[in-house]
Design a protein around this ligand. Structure first.
Ligand SMILES: *[C@@H]1O[C@H](CO)[C@@H](O)[C@H](O)[C@H]1NC(C)=O
Ligand SMILES: *[C@@H]1O[C@H](CO)[C@@H](O)[C@H](O)[C@H]1NC(C)=O
Ligand SMILES: *[C@@H]1O[C@H](CO)[C@@H](O)[C@H](O)[C@H]1NC(C)=O
Length: 555
């Protein structure tokens, strides 16, 4: 068949056996009716129908320009086409007209690959105009997921009021705070203030003011001249203030679309693995792309680091304390995934390696660890806004090689090693930030030091670890509601000092060592099937004591 079409194309170029000429603008293309009809339902209908065109020698196509027609007829004979930024906007409608569905699909896939905050609204409108449902949905989702960047674009500022309303009324907007939506409305109105200011009330209907902080409402919203100027907007402000005045349990009774939290679809994620021992402290950092199922290297740490605590907070990764190969450190490095760059922030007050790190109520907690001579019970907290560390209540027990996790608004410290009794610990304690108190909860069924701790579906997992020389593959899970531990399926490998993180409904365990080797393998636990599966793609190097966290994939 391939050969036959090759011959037909050669016949065409020599103008042999051609029985029709297709004309667009001043381009004339000789061709064979049967070939055109075989590939394009449009030509099929034309040549087999009752219309006079079915026998005409010359057919003029008005809706398509000459060059585009040539590309499409070449495609019919060769099944090859080059979609580019320059031609896609004319190719797609022309392919639609000739009903060349494969070309149309290729154009849509090309546009999808070009999606960016500066063009996604234009692509969305284009897809809508040409009935490309799949591309329309993809562009729409893209705009919702990158809302904060999209509203900075020219395309956004030039939208019509209906389109702005449709965008900001979506439940799926991914935004750090509702402030973004308010600011986006003000920016859009100010772009053509004289004409647009009377539209304020229509837009503000979709801004969920009750979800904003009191400070922001009073200092920003109420002071905004566009709000002051509209009595309907002031009503929305009153609604928001009423919401804040009501006791929490009565707020649920307010029947307003504006008190409902937005529920964004999750952004694509990367798993980031930072430093570790391989076999000495290293600087290398690599990321696993869940969608592409492969690893890639990113910017190295500024200095060697293993046994550090690792968290992702406010779009940045923090590598806290650890061991640099000769010293336990109090330094903290932070990583910006967008810039692919490390910088340092304020030092902790204490030196700590093998600590636990977690985020509770927007603050970064560094828990326990080892300072080079003793295990630590102390806990300190980092406030991103002030770039300062301060101590809170210490744990009841000294814990080095401790694992921590936040579930149900509380911070749990799991197992570890207590220098005093020289024993690995099965005990677990829990921190309540409201009372600044640690209290013991149910013990694990076994002693675990260097366990991987992670939270999935409101349950706290303790994975592997060791008791003396014995390295574990067993896993247990704590339910904070019933305050009980229960055993789940074993991992495929024994691991201690592995990294753990939860993503897409699965719990991943990364590297660690099995008592003799540092592991480059990753496995994940699926709570629905109670099974562990080894990921086929390994890290570039075996690492134990690496920091692991999940981040949003940068654009
Ligand atoms: C809004 O303020 C402008 C002056 O900035 C004024 O001319 C206009 O009448 C006001 N509109 C309303 C509805 O109060
Ligand atoms: C693995 O790392 C440990 C430290 O955790 C190191 O002592 C050991 O030599 C490493 N083993 C291998 C095989 O690299
Ligand atoms: C570890 O940190 C200390 C103190 O900052 C520094 O003097 C030392 O050179 C570092 N060691 C390595 C191997 O980077």
């Amino acid at each position: 068949m391939k050969k036959a079409f090759k011959v037909m194309n050669e016949l065409r170029s020599q103008n042999l056996l051609c029985d029709v000429t297709i004309v667009a603008e001043d381009m004339e293309i000789a061709a064979h009716r049967v070939v055109l009809a075989a590939c394009s339902p449009y030509f099929h209908a034309m040549f087999t129908g009752e219309m006079s065109e079915s026998r005409a020698k010359r057919i003029r196509i008005k809706e398509v320009d000459g060059w585009t027609l040539r590309i499409l007829i070449d495609y019919i004979y060769t099944a090859e086409i080059q979609v580019t930024e320059e031609n896609v906007q004319v190719l797609l409608p022309a392919a639609g007209l000739l009903q060349l569905q494969d070309v149309k699909r290729t154009c849509c896939e090309f546009l999808e690959s070009q999606l960016h905050p500066v063009n996604c609204l234009g692509i969305r409108a284009f897809a809508d105009m040409h009935a490309c449902t799949d591309l329309l949905n993809k562009a729409n989702t893209y705009a919702e997921q990158h809302f904060s960047d999209v509203v900075l674009s020219e395309e956004y500022l030039n939208l019509g009021v209906e389109q702005v309303c449709s965008l900001i009324s979506s439940d799926k907007l991914t935004i750090a705070s509702e402030e973004k939506v308010f600011e986006a409305v003000i920016a859009w109105v100010n772009h053509d203030k004289d004409v647009r200011q009377e539209l304020m009330a229509r837009l503000m209907e979709h801004v969920r003011l009750p979800l904003l902080s009191r400070e922001y409402l009073v200092q920003r919203v109420e002071e905004e001249i566009l709000v002051k100027n509209s009595s309907a907007c002031k009503d929305y402000l009153i609604e928001a203030m009423k919401y804040h005045l009501l006791p929490t349990e009565q707020r649920a009774l307010m029947k307003s679309t504006r008190t409902k939290l937005r529920t964004p679809a999750s952004l694509p994620k990367l798993m980031m693995v930072v430093g570790g021992q391989a076999p000495k402290a290293i600087r290398s950092v690599e990321c696993y792309d869940f969608k592409e199922e492969r690893w890639h290297q990113v910017a190295e740490l500024p200095s060697r680091r293993c046994r550090a605590g690792m968290v992702y907070m406010g779009g940045m990764v923090y590598a806290v304390g650890g061991f640099n190969g000769s010293l336990r450190v109090r330094t903290v490095d932070s990583y910006d995934p967008v810039k692919d760059q490390w910088t340092s922030v304020a030092n902790m007050q204490d030196r700590r390696s093998t600590l636990g790190a977690a985020v509770l109520n927007g603050l970064l907690y560094a828990v326990g660890g080892f300072d080079g001579s003793t295990g630590l019970s102390s806990v300190e907290v980092y406030n991103l806004k002030t770039n300062e560390w301060f101590h809170v209540a210490p744990m009841n027990t000294r814990r080095s090689s401790v694992g921590v996790g936040v579930v149900g608004g509380k911070l749990y410290a799991v197992g570890g090693y207590d220098g005093a009794s020289r024993q690995c610990l099965s005990s677990v304690e829990c921190y309540d930030a409201n009372t600044n108190e640690w209290s013991y909860v149910a013990e694990m069924s076994t002693r675990r030091s260097g366990a991987g701790v992670g939270v999935l579906n409101n349950l706290l997992y303790a994975v592997g670890g060791h008791d003396g020389p014995l390295v574990r593959k067993s896993v247990e899970v704590f339910n904070p509601v019933t305050c009980t531990w229960k055993q789940v399926a074993d991992m495929n490998m024994c691991r201690r000092n592995a990294g753990v993180c939860a993503v897409n409904g699965l719990l991943y365990v990364v590297g660690g060592d099995d008592g003799s080797c540092n592991l480059s393998t990753v496995e994940y636990y699926n709570p629905t099937t109670d099974k562990w599966t080894v990921v086929s793609s390994c890290m570039s190097t075996g690492r134990s004591y690496a920091g692991v966290t999940v981040i949003d994939k940068p654009l």
